[in-house]
Design a protein around this ligand. Structure first.
Ligand code: BG6
Length: 470
């Protein structure tokens, strides 16, 4: 069988500002929540920026963006996903006027992408709420964040709307249920956060996402706005119908976010959950109107699948996974305990397409692994056959889904250049085609090296998937 990807398929790679840029206090940037999270999104924050926080310097993309984009172009990238750091544009988040130096930086990045013929794919908010909004408002629990976010997004559409076609409103919007600080700028720890505040924060983000979708249509009519969901297919641990029901409930907790973005209103099962946990959402008439501004496409991240069982004793969750779930006994896991399941990607693609009938964009997928820099024929590289195998097998399943009739816009591998991990804040959890010489203790020259997967991906793109091993 040959895998055929559609003409114009957007091959590329994905990143986020806080994980690559560094320069945390340059160019008028304010602090973001990431600047006080030296251990990653699954651990409590500290009081202020500390030396052990690798994100403060990250991989110095802020100063090396031209060199990095040249490497992406060498691989033949059609698109590059990056986020705009909200705190570069509005250092505190609640100011009236934006920081010109911040906007100018992204102008330069866009110039470079344009020069190389790479289509930008911009995330408006990727786990990097301005710290002031977390401290003063407890993040998205406060309705005023809708207005601050709208003001910020409006500035972006006005400034970049003619140059950027694809926009994502919130990275992994459903992750707020599990990591409210990282995904919602909420400083109150999850154990102390009331269900009322958590669901109200979710509502505020959903309204904000829909509202800026309307704003984009007014300011930049050619823009395509997508939501972004953390996809994690959930299988029943056994054929017991009760396990299947439990798996469905887990899926629904994620579907709800896509359902609202694609249908414009809350689904019945979600309203039932609210009633059962005793939450009464404050929803204004204007909110209901705003929610009707549905997205143009659905994007998602995909790394793994999990299982669910009705029996609470079986519900031990997998290692290092922010969403919980039971490890699947039939699958192998990565060095960080993430279960590797290429077929799960085909399942998600079919499922989401059938459910929402909107074009899909896989904006994150990849293998976080420990790499060894070696010398081959006088060139320093990484022989990352494990990463090639992972990506190949997932892409074959994307090809299968396309044959199934799913409309797939593109595929951007996560961390196309090594970057700082979101969950653990390590650099040793590497995803890239490009090795960055920086270690978990902060040492390293920041020099870039092409891994074996660099040439492999270059060939995949050049042949539009024809070189994949089926
Ligand atoms: C997603 C995030 O959760 O997964 C990224 O959108 C993150 O920001 C990626 O980096 C991989 O997770 P991790 O924890 O390995 O960096």
């Amino acid at each position: 069988m040959t895998i055929t990807f559609p003409g114009g398929f957007l091959w590329g790679g994905a990143t986020a500002a806080n994980q690559i840029e560094g320069a945390y206090d340059q160019g008028g940037k304010g602090l973001s929540i990431q600047d006080i999270m030296p251990s990653g999104g699954m651990f409590p924050p500290v009081k202020g920026p500390t030396e052990d926080n690798l994100k403060l310097e990250a991989i110095d993309f802020y100063n090396r963006y031209a060199e990095d984009i040249a490497l992406f172009a060498e691989m033949g990238f059609k698109t590059f996903r990056f986020s705009i750091a909200w705190s570069r544009i509005f250092p505190n988040g609640d100011e009236e006027t934006p920081n010109e130096e911040g906007l100018a930086f992204y102008d330069r990045v866009l110039d470079e992408l344009e020069k190389r013929g790479i289509e930008p794919l911009v995330t408006i908010s990727h786990y990097e709420t301005p710290l002031h909004l977390a401290r003063e408002y407890d993040g998205w629990t406060d309705r005023r964040l809708i207005d601050f976010y709208e003001r910020y997004a409006k500035v972006l559409f006005e400034r970049f709307g003619s140059r950027v076609k694809y926009w994502l409103t919130f990275n992994e919007i459903n992750a707020i249920m599990h990591v409210p600080l990282m995904a919602g700028g909420i400083l109150t720890p999850l154990e102390q956060l009331s269900k009322q505040d958590l669901y109200q924060a979710i509502h505020h983000e959903l309204v904000a996402s829909a509202r800026v979708t309307r704003v984009a249509r007014e300011i930049a009519p050619d823009a395509k706005i997508g939501c972004m969901i953390l996809a994690m297919p959930t299988y029943p641990l056994t054929p017991d119908p009760e396990d299947a029901l439990q798996a469905l409930h887990s899926e629904q907790a994620n579907y709800a976010f896509g359902d609202v973005h694609c249908r414009g209103y809350y689904p019945g099962y979600f309203l039932r959950t609210l009633r059962e946990v005793g939450v009464e959402l404050e929803i204004t008439d204007q909110d209901r109107e705003d929610l009707k501004n549905t997205v143009d496409f659905v994007s998602f991240s995909y790394y793994m699948s999990v299982c669910q069982a009705a029996d609470p004793d079986k519900q031990a969750s997998g290692e290092g996974n922010i969403m919980g779930g039971i490890p699947n006994p039939t699958l192998k896991a990565s060095e960080w305990g993430w279960q590797i399941d290429p077929v799960g990607l085909r399942i998600v693609l079919n499922d989401y397409w059938d459910r929402w009938q909107k074009p899909l964009f896989i904006v994150e997928n990849g293998l976080g692994a420990k790499d060894q820099l070696v010398e081959v024929d006088g060139t320093r590289t990484v022989e990352d056959d494990y990463r090639i195998a992972y990506l190949n097998d997932h892409l074959v399943q994307v090809g299968e889904a396309i044959l199934d009739g799913v409309d797939v816009l593109g595929y951007t591998t996560w961390g196309c250049i090594d970057l700082v991990s979101a969950s653990t804040a390590q650099l040793s959890k590497r995803y890239g085609f490009i090795y960055v010489d920086r270690n978990d203790d902060g040492t390293g020259t920041l020099e870039r090296f092409r891994k074996k997967s660099f040439n492999w991906y270059k060939e995949v793109i050049a042949t539009n998937g024809g070189s994949l091993t089926v």
